[in-house]
Design a protein around this ligand. Sequence first.
Ligand code: AMP
Length: 409
Amino acid sequence: MSVVLVVNSGSSSFKYQLIDMAGERVLASGLVERIGEPQGRARHTVHVHADPGEPTPAVESATSEIGRRIPDHTAGFQAMLDAFAAHGPSLEAHPPTAVGHRVVHGGARFFAATPIDDLVETGIDELSVLAPLHNPGALQGIRAARRSFADIEHVAVFDTAFHQSMPPEAYTYALDRDLAERHRIRRYGFHGTSHKFVSEAAAAHVGRPLGELRQIVFHLGNGASVTAIDGGRSIDTSMGFTPLEGLVMGTRTGDLDPAILLHLQRRAGLGVDDLDRVLNKESGLVGLAGANDMRDLVSRRAEGDERARLALDVYLHRLRSYAGAYMAQLGGVDVISFTAGVGENTPLVRAGALDRLGFAGVRVDPERNEGAPRGEIVRISSDDSDVTVLVVPTDEEIEIARQTLAACS
Ligand code: AMP
């Protein structure tokens, strides 16, 4: 039996899932948070499966909350082990064969899931310059997990790795080359684990080889990106040097004329930290309409709220621009998929992103789109559409577990 523990660490928290790879069933999941604060918190959920053949949990039970100080990630892993001992499943009965770690930035160095040794740890550490908010937290989790699970393989799965297949013309900015090279400024792309998972699930769903398909995947969550995938390889993606570029997001601008930053520095007196906050936290849907939850915006728009209307119009305009651009880069498209919180749940966004592409043979069926059941792959294109349009629930943990297992063997 193969069991993989998937860990996603931040600087003061980590999430985990224990996955039985036979049938890809989640046995338990949890969250340890507020590490280093006076009152830490741990939540552990055991997933009970009614039928051993059932891929999704039928019942979730035994959620426990522990409120005591968790000084560091190592203590966090001990809290997780205590929760397994108290609530199950028993790690003796389901010993993990490997631990898969989500790491945001793999730079240009890591182009695939990589077994972790001290050298790889150093590499991830070095890339903290490019991902100062993410890589240090991942590294703390990796170090602690390697101590807690010393006898098994640990694998780093990078958000950027899937996009390392982009050609130079897609990842190079038209900046002074020396300056760009000195500071490793190029497009890296993010959400790669999700784009890979969804494009593979979409190919399996339409029953055609991945290698034959031109795909566009819209990952629309609070952070959002779209990727053009040719034969299973990312050839272009909307996030760039950082996850700020591209689509309009919950709180981030996406694409912006860079001269606006110069103007705001010169005329509005904003400093570097102010700009960072404005661009990443106070813009996007929040900046335009004061809310980043798509449910709010859709219902406010239905009630005639003008700010919500404009926010959605700007959001959809950007989606359409990328849909067209990526069809041009791919030379056509066979499958378009929507995933993540907004993509999986908002028919209006899916319809609006594609509503002008009838000329290219993209036709969304309004009833299928509106009635798409949640949590499964659904085709929302009409029978006469030349392009298959799908809603595909993403599952980054399963993808991390798959890549972890593949990297170990
Ligand atoms: P994610 O980052 O994938 O977890 O997506 C989070 C975002 O998805 C939220 O900010 C909401 O805008 C959106 N979202 C989540 N659930 C729904 C839903 N049922 N209907 C519409 N939007 C949703």
